[in-house]
Design a protein around this ligand. Sequence first.
Ligand code: UFG
Length: 342
Amino acid sequence: MKTVLLTGGTGYIGSHTAVELIDAGYKVVIVDNLSNSTVDSIDGIERITRVRPDFVKANCSNLSEMEDLFRKYDGFKSIIHFAALKAVGESVEKPLEYYSNNLVSLINLLQLMKNGGGGNIVFSSSCTVYGQPDILPVTETSPYKPATSPYGNTKKIAEDILRETINVNDSIRGIALRYFNPIGAHPSAEIGELPLGKPDNLVPFITQTAIGIREKLQIFGSDYDSQDGTALRDYFHVVDLAKAHVLALKRLEETRNKTGFEVFNVGAGKGITVLEIVKTFEKVSGVKLNYEIVGRRAGDIEKVWADTSLANTEMGWKVESTLEEALLSAWNWEKKIRQVKS
Ligand code: UFG
């Protein structure tokens, strides 16, 4: 049985990926410092898969803690690196924390991989590296745009670190998945997104408003160039994103990669407005959402969606779930964690 290390594996995308990896026959080891998640997701993963992943509480940016972990498991040949700070606004307030946490963790992992004779790494990148693209849909060869936040910059620099390290270390192979906007939860409602405090992201804010935790959703901006004036993003189901990680890892393990370091867009390939999300949520949940339209959010881009041809043809990946299914799963998860009967 192949072992894979999931850093940040108790978090939103990590926990869904753990489920897909276990279902695909992997032994999963999770390392997480629980700064933005809890071990409850380990229980959720176990309830879904009937297998409990190993869990080690440690900080990926602490080299000695990582050395202990690698010693304990005799190294790792496959790593999926999710662990990162991810609040765009907070990163502007605390740039050093973001650069140090997000980059040192990656450097530690690459150093340990190199010392252990190499291996495969899948990295959580983001469409944030494209900024506002000039041409839509955006392809992997579109240029990087200057990052609008330290968080965004960590993703760009991390890709550079991976590319430059892999260029001179044949034993390491890597894939960066550039996520667009993953939403939703596992259909079992055993795991899902659990933001601490006020959510930054649209869908958790919608579900928390619908359940009554938030008074109303603020829609940021109605003067964008779109069918209804609200901003366009590429929303897709988190379970589909989780499956992309399994395919990326297999591609590396089976050395089907064309170059040592590859990048793939992962999204549904369609631009959806904020108002369309609200309307679709109302339809699938049967709840009328309280919202108001306010000014634009600083740093937001107008529109971005993916050309996913490369992931489709090279990795054999495609979205399987609809927007309706994704939003319904997010709503079912919200109800479950708040213990509301439908
Ligand atoms: N939005 C609202 N109200 C809210 C929250 C969001 O109107 O309360 C709008 C935003 O203005 C945006 C859309 O909903 O137009 C999506 O916002 P999210 O915060 O959910 O997602 P973003 O696309 O802004 O950000 C996401 C990730 C970031 C990543 C970025 C890359 O959360 O980590 O994609 O583009 F950097």
